[in-house]
Design a protein around this ligand. Sequence first.
Ligand SMILES: NC(=O)c1ccc[n+]([C@@H]2O[C@H](COP(=O)([O-])OP(=O)(O)OC[C@H]3O[C@@H](n4cnc5c(N)ncnc54)[C@H](O)[C@@H]3O)[C@@H](O)[C@H]2O)c1
Length: 437
Amino acid sequence: MDISIIGSGYVGLVTGACFADVGHNVICVDNDARKIEILQAGRVPIYEPGLEEIIHRNVSAHRLRFSGSIREGVENSQIVFIAVPTPQQPNGDVDLSFIEKVSREIAGILTDYRVIVDKSTVPVKTGERVAESIKRYNRHGAKFDVVSTPEFLREGCAVGDLMHPERIVIGAQSEHAIDLMKKVYEPFMAPILVTDINSAELIKHAANSFLALKISYVNALAGICEASGADVEKVADGIGMDRRIGREFLNAGIGYGGSCFPKDVAAFIAISEQLGVPFSLLKEVQRINASQKDRFLKLIRETLWVLREKKIAVWGLTFKPDTDDIRSSVAIDLVADMLREGAQVTVYDPKGMDKAREVKAIAATNFAGSAVEAVIGAEALVIATEWSEFANIDLSVVKEKMTTPIIFDGRNLFNPETMGQLGFHYYSIGRGSVTPH
Ligand SMILES: NC(=O)c1ccc[n+]([C@@H]2O[C@H](COP(=O)([O-])OP(=O)(O)OC[C@H]3O[C@@H](n4cnc5c(N)ncnc54)[C@H](O)[C@@H]3O)[C@@H](O)[C@H]2O)c1
């Protein structure tokens, strides 16, 4: 199939590369000229494991190319995917102006039938608005169908998720569009669920909100474990062994962040209110999530007494491991909070340093060249992202380099018992604290 993807970011670029890898001809379009220049020069503007290799392979095979022109994309493809941002507005609503602008532009170019597929995460009923908009600006009266295929990839393992999806949701009205979409997804051999457009759009918000709810559920449990002396990991194991519940996403920590969960939960709350059926449970999910970081900061403050002039090392800046994405990262907020209280913060992240250097709120931090360099002279180490590089580090070296061996583990990366044996004062989430044995 000939496919174009408008918006070549974390979703569009990886989707385009994977579509090309199964044999489709793909044009990835973006209006960020710098991004297109980087891609055309054979480099990759984001870090995603396996992505560079797959892009190079498909560019060499002439199945994947990059363009700054929506016209070039639309004219050379049967199916046009939209994967532009849908950021959160201050009131929680989704900013749909990117989608609206692209819809208008596509409409102005259409001369023949095209399937316009929304892959961005949007509130229910957006497909209807996209169709209206295309109809309004469709000067040549070309036929078109609008389809919704929400994306479920996880950054950090996006290539694997796209090549082996658990399910493909196709929201469409027209049989012809459904047939074409099935051809696009046939090579991935995944179960396909065909729905109406509204249901497809709702599935994405409902799925992400449920995952956020699971995280907040275990984080609330962590608080109860701390107050009662129970161990949240054992509790999560015990409830997770029930297949109806499942162990995944039951890891206590300092809360979810990233470019999806916070905005998608806020958007789902906003659309439910607009529809007159407020989903107030999700407000509690948000409240618990925000309180996790605050509780963690309180623990650090209470343990170190005052943060002013304290040398604190922070491992991890990205919102999760195996990505360079720092959007709405709790780690960044935590660093900003500690700097505000006068701490001298030194940070290290395997992939997020370049993007973090551009964040004004943490400009006063020191950027270390390695995890070990970050802890030299530190009076405490804060673990904010669960990179395996940190899990595999030689902790005896870390202890030797620190001035006082205190660790606040916001991601429960280590075993408390072992940390006590190694001589650390070790604090984690929902598992009590450990002093050197
Ligand atoms: N990142 C994820 O893990 C993930 C997962 C599932 C769904 N989503 C959803 O997918 C959508 C895109 O997310 P993302 O993380 O890829 O965002 P992103 O910011 O990484 O990428 C979006 C790209 O669209 C480009 N763009 C903006 N306006 C454009 C225009 N008018 N013409 C051409 N290109 C334009 C931007 O330059 C950018 O490169 C969002 O709705 C998001 O909620 C994201």
